[in-house]
Design a protein around this ligand. Structure first.
Ligand code: AMP
Ligand code: MG
Length: 537
């Protein structure tokens, strides 16, 4: 599409708001906190803000919506995406959903600070729901304010786009806009509230439906409505499955399980820790959704979670994400059971989750290690020993796999192990941990790995390019996001754009950008925002 066919006025967007047209809404239109039974959403208007100002926007998402660059730079753009003006065709609403939070049923949650603006039909015939996050209270805000602060909005904006460019299924982000309002947050819930700049992110996805949308209907015994919602979801979001029927329900659940597994395989591949995998934060489309206290693994540590709210139990730690995906799907299966009347198809879906995950993970390791195919008889041990080594000394996972791609197998010479160990050197955080015993174990593993690669027979260069296509060089390291936030809080948004640009090509070498691939500096080891985050956002 050339730029002349792009929209130059937001009022020219075409909306087709099927969610509110086809599903029952809350008859109450006043905006006060309440339980909303018998409905899938409540209509609610975004709150007006005093001084909207654009922080950044994603040109790729603008393109998905057919918006021209001039339009995105206009005053109208940030007025609309701060929630100050409704465009022709927008019909704002908040969705009703429930969820299991940290393993316990929490009842009604809902869009407490998200307001859907409507569904855009773009010129390619795609459907994109626009959703403002942080645009004020809704009937689902419970005891909170419906607002969001700049730091968490920048984190959501940058990470959704970074994930997309890494090839991880995710909701997208069009824009982040400062509101001009102050928002009070006690970042670590420890009696230190402070005023922070408020912001609004415009998120974009085919749909924002979560496991919890189904769960709340089942919990309330609203089974007819549950069926309607499932039918709606299949027709709109899974049309390739055909008209809803009991057999199609089974296919649908199977697909949800497979997509969820695929998403989590990607998380484990790139070292992403979601941080709050409650069932209200699980997308029915298998998209990464709700970027809160997420983090990126620096040193490989399966027990790590960035979320201080989960520091005790570490339910949502990196290494447990695959199991939590399964548990969450189990809760979805419980909610859907009344429509199935039998457990078998639901169990088949859960089984498919485990199989899809295992196969996907094997394929991921094939890519990460530059193998041709997975051979369990040798590779199970090779992979297990590798991850044991990565844990043994604090090792930056991202750097390690990039460096490993530089290994040579073509030449056999004296001192090869020493050279290879040197190659990996800068992926370690604490050189004093590289004891003679560790070095010997690593050399041993490298020799095995080399033998294994020789059996496959790929040339070094070919193997390297395969590995570099799945092992990113650039990820949204926690400290990088924090540096961009520090500057943005001072009114300088350049680093947000710089990171957005860097993360467009996470697998490519980018001259002059090596500092953005560097391991976490010491000052960031325990700085709030870098390694510790809370749900307060
Ligand atoms: P989360 O775990 O951040 O996804 O949030 C769980 C629930 O709390 C969801 O229903 C959110 O909409 C709601 N929530 C989180 N933060 C706020 C806020 N500042 N104002 C209103 N609701 C919120
Ligand atoms: Mg949420």
């Amino acid at each position: 599409m050339n730029s002349r066919t792009l929209l130059t006025r937001l009022d020219d967007l075409v909306f087709d708001n099927r969610f509110i047209r086809e599903l029952p809404g809350d008859p109450e239109t006043a905006n006060y906190r309440r339980q909303v039974a018998g409905a899938c959403y409540s209509r609610v208007l975004p709150t007006q803000v005093s001084a909207p100002q654009l922080v950044a926007y994603s040109k790729e998402v603008a393109e998905l919506l057919d918006l021209s660059p001039e339009l995105c730079a206009s005053d109208d753009f940030f007025q609309v995406f701060a929630g100050n003006r409704l465009v022709q065709g927008m019909e704002p609403y908040a969705m009703c959903y429930g969820g299991h939070q940290f393993g316990y049923w929490a009842g009604q949650l809902g869009d407490g600070r998200a307001i859907n603006l409507g569904e855009v039909a773009n010129r390619r015939g795609e459907r994109w729901t626009l959703q403002l996050k942080g645009a004020g209270a809704t009937p689902y805000s419970r005891n909170a304010d419906g607002l969001a602060v700049l730091r968490s909005s920048i984190r959501e904006f940058l990470c959704s786009e970074a994930m997309h460019h890494l090839g991880v299924p995710t909701t997208r982000a069009l824009s982040v806009v400062l509101t001009g309002e102050a928002v009070i947050r006690d970042m670590f819930y420890n009696g230190n509230p402070r005023a922070e700049p408020g912001a609004v992110v415009c998120r974009v996805a085919p749909s924002f439906t979560r496991f919890g949308n189904f769960q709340i209907l089942a919990a309330r015994g609203e089974i007819d409505l549950l069926r309607r919602f499932v039918d709606y979801t299949i027709r709109i979001d899974f049309p390739h499955l055909g008209e809803p029927s009991p057999a199609v329900y089974a296919d649908w659940f199977l697909e949800v399980c497979r997509r969820t597994a695929g998403m989590i395989v990607h998380w484990q591949r790139v070292g992403f820790v979601h941080g709050v995998m409650n069932t209200d934060n699980m997308s029915i489309l298998g998209l990464t959704i709700d970027y809160g206290p997420y983090g990126w693994l620096e040193n490989y540590d399966p027990h790590w979670t960035p979320n201080t709210t989960d520091a005790e139990e570490r339910r949502y730690r990196f290494g447990q994400q695959p199991q939590i995906g399964y548990w969450n799907l189990g809760q979805l299966a419980n909610a859907l059971y009344p429509l199935f009347g039998e457990a078998e198809p639901l169990q088949a879906g859960l089984k498919a989750y485990a199989e899809t995950f295992d196969q996907g993970w094997q394929q991921t390791m094939v890519g990460k290690l530059g193998l041709v195919a997975y051979r369990p008889e040798t590779d199970d041990d090779l992979v297990a020993e590798l991850f044991a080594l990565l844990q043994r000394a604090e090792t930056d996972m991202t750097l390690f796999f990039r460096r490993l791609a530089g290994l040579t197998i073509a030449t056999e010479h004296e001192g090869w192990e020493t050279e290879m160990t040197a190659l990996l050197q800068d992926s370690y955080y604490l050189p004093e941990q590289l004891t003679p015993e560790y070095r010997e174990r690593l050399s041993h593993w490298l020799r095995h790995y080399r033998e294994r690669l020789r059996r496959d027979g790929l040339a070094d260069a070919e193997r390297r390019s395969r590995m570099n296509a799945v092992n990113p060089k650039y990820v949204l390291r926690n400290y990088l996001a924090q540096l961009a936030i520090d500057k943005a809080e001072q009114g300088d948004f350049a680093m947000v754009d710089e990171l957005l640009d860097l993360l467009r090509r996470p697998y490519d070498e980018q001259p002059g950008k090596d500092h953005c691939a560097a391991k976490r500096p010491d000052w960031a080891r325990s700085r709030p925002g870098c390694s510790m985050l809370s749900c307060s956002s």
